[in-house]
Structure formats: structure tokens, C-alpha cells
Write a protein of this length. Sequence first.
Length: 551
Amino acid sequence: MSFRPCLVLPVFDPGPALARTVAALADLGLPMVLVDDGSGPETRAELDRLAAVHPRIRLLALPANQGKGAAVMAGLRRARQDGFTHALQVDADGQHDLEAVDRFLALGQAHPEAVVAGVPRFDRSVPPSRRYWRHVHHFWVWVATLSMDIQDSLCGFRLYPLDAAVALMDRVAIPRRMDFDTEIIIRLHWDGVPVVNAPVGVTYPRDGVSHFRPWRDTLRIIWMHTRLVLLMLPRAPRLLARRRRDRPWFRLRERGTLLGFRCMGAVLRLLGPRAVRALAAGLVPYFFATSGRARRASRAYLARLRAHAGPLPDLPRDPGLREVYRHFRAFAQATVDKVLAWSGSRSGIQLDLGELEPFLALHRSARGALILGAHLGNLEMLRALGQGRGLGGLNAVVYSPNAVRFHDLLKRVNPDFATGLVQVAATTPATAIHLQQKLDQGECLFIVGDRTPPSETGRVVQAPFLGRPAPFPVGPYVLAHLLRCPVHLMFCVHDGVRYRVRLEPFAERIELPRAGREAAIAGWAERYAQCLEAQCRATPFQWFNFYAFWG
């Protein structure tokens, strides 16, 4: 899908903020559609002056004031008529941090089929009553969509895919005033248009002008919510089915029952490692047959790798069911090896000691470090085998509610499994303090960088990966910045005979300056993605992210 964006600004007597906003946006070099929604003579004169100064402005005037929604819809139609594919709606009153424009356009290019919705990050200029009202408003939006996909439906900083938006406006009567922003994004969500949420700074300028009419607009919004909730009811089965299908990785149900994992532990105790391997091999066809989502994700990943990297020794042709089955089988082997390593029974498990030397040297130095890995190979193997080699102080920083049963099995196999397991839900100052104590003791922290955060509100950054931008978590880089420690990159992959450990320096320090912080994070994520991509080319069947990684 092509990507040709423009800006759309609804204008109705915004005061002095208009000239400042347009001047700042003009520096970006993007075409602008300014829609005059029946403004007074002073604003009309200012718009004519701005259009004369900035040649990229396309001025559209409505004959009378019709409401913000009417102005935005007129601008979206004009943008599509002029050949643009996407339009970024920006309010003309100067409330939004315009530095977010580039970030929103990058997200739109990475997800051309999606609405990129602004999630306000308010400063102290915003009255507390406004924040409270938004929380009430959000609740009814979540009811109307049966999800929390839309984090904020009121923000007027939003990137629309024009084909989907204009098709909706042609089919349905969308409100024309202050209830526009909420209703259009809810209806787009109903139509199956993805929503990508992104933060944007919001401030209330002292000379700003508000056209919100408290009583009339509040009643209009209450009626809108009532109507949308009623309209949601016949759509509920379809919305719930889609929610189950599109759940992120941390909402996926853990495959395998508690009884099944306990049976595996019993087989290990009674019959030994060979019986466990035979049991796992026998279960692969069952999980392959019953895991449709994982099969599709596996095939999509392998096809993307093949298309991007060309024929590979292990992947010489376009992937089919045989290759997907091989992917499942490799995951089963890694899982069994993990269980056997923690049990102390290392039958069939070999570790290349030569390549392990850089890690042993790092461990002997007693210098705490953050080790960045991935769901590639078997990173947990090193922590398991380290128990028998006197390698203490190896901590895995994980989010594990989606693997509770498997972790319960590993704890039963070896109680030491839980010793170095640090479970976190988010990167917070309290988390950083706890982890800093471990680093000060010379311990190592393992963390993966190839899964989006375990929260709908978690922050990600887009980085090129196998030919298309993909979301990577910002948490590892923020954590490394807070801890101010060396960062190493580590992969532990199986070459068919033994596990080989590769450790390489990633950064002596990760600095995230206030100015250019987002760009710095994006740079580190892109470097990580390049390293992960190289490992995927070398071992295509050992990247075990069995979900729609690219969205």
C-alpha cells in the first residue's frame, strides 16, 4: 500500500495560535488542507495571508459554521480527492506537540491500514476536571468496542487511512460537531480498522480559544455514547470473536494443561530423558494440528524471512506446512532441553565451552551487566546449565503470567529455577532499584527485546525487521539507561549437535538524552533488530515468536 500523507486542520476562530501552528507545520514540508468552518473576518484574512505565504496550503472554506466534525470530514474528502492516502488531523489551537508529527507518520507508514490515534500526555496546564471527564468517557468507549484498543477517543491529533475513513463517511452519517472524533474511531474499529495508539504531548496555551459548550456538547456526547452502546449489542458476537482472534501474545492462553505438565514431570522421574523426548515428539502433531494461529504466524514469519533474505541453506524454497512443522518440532526440542537441563539430566545436551569463554570471563569479572537476548534458541539453557558449573547470579527478567504452568513444572523439577527469576509487569523506578541492587552485587540480568510490552499501554518503537517496520519494546533501553551498566547481546542456538553461545558487546552505556530521546531509542532498537535478523537468517527455525509479530 502506498503512503502519501498530508495534514488536515479544522479552523474556527482559534485566535493567535493559528499562525504559530501553521508556521511550525510548514517547516515540515507537508501539504496542508486548512478548512475554514465559517470563521469571522479576522480569521478569514489570516487564512488568506497564510495561504499566500505558504504554497503548500490548500484552503477550503465552508459557507457557515457546521462544527468541527463537518470541517474534518470536508478536509478528509478533499485530501483523498487530491490523491493523498493518509491525513493527519491536527487542531489549529496549538494544543498538540508538533514534534510528534514525524513519529505518527512513521507509524502510519509501518501500519498503512491502521488509524494512528493520539493518546494525550498532559502537562500542568490542563484542568483536573478535564482529566476526570476523560476517564468517564474512556469507560463508555471501551464498552462500545468491547475492548481497550482505543486508549483515547477525544484527542484531535490522529492519522486516518483515507480510503477507510471516506468509505465510512459515505456509508454512515457521522456527527458533525464535538462528538465526531469519538464516533468515527469507534465505527472504524467496528469495521475492523486497526488502531495504533501513540503518545502526544498536550498543553493548553494561555491565549488558546475553546469552542466547547459545556451543557450542549456534554448532552450531545452522552446521547452519542447511549446510541453507540445500543448499536454495539448486535455487533457483540463479531467483536468478541475478533478480540479472541487478535489477542496480543501476553493475552494468549498457555497451551497445555497443568495435568499435562505434571505428567511430563512424572515421565521424567520414572522413565528418564529418552521417554520425555519421545513424549514430546508424539505431542508435536497434536499441537501442530490444533494451533491454527501459531501455524499462520510461523508461516508468515518464514515467508517474510525467505522473501527478504532469499534462499537460505535451511530454507531454500517458499515455506509450506513441512517447514512450519519443522518450526514446531524445533520449539518442542528447545522446551524439552530446557526441562532436562533444569532437572540435572543433560542427556543429549552439549554446550560449546569454547564459545562460552567470553561469558565466563564476564562472569568472573563480577561486573554487573544487562544481557539482551531474544526468543531465539534457548537463552534459558545457560542459566540452567550454570547451576552445575557454579555460575550463580544469573537473573532472568521476565513477564510470565502466560507461562505459569510451564514455570510450575520447572520449579518442581528444580526449585533453584525460581531463584533468579525476576518477574516484572512494567519498567518502573521500583523495578530499576531492585535490579540495580543485583548489578551492584556483580550479577547479570537477562532480558529479551523481541516482544511488545505486556500491556495495551506499553510503549514500542518501530524498527526495520525482515523488510518491514515492526514494533519493538522501548523497555530494555530505558532500563539500561536507568541502570547505567554495560549491555551485551547473547544468543544460545542449537546447531543440530550442541548449543552454541554467542556473546558480544552491545553498548558500554545506553544514553537517552532528553533532546532526541525518541530518536536515540529508535537507533538502539534498529541495531538490535539488525542483530536479530542476522540470527534468523543463520537459524531460521529457532526464532520462537509464534504470534503476528508485525501486527
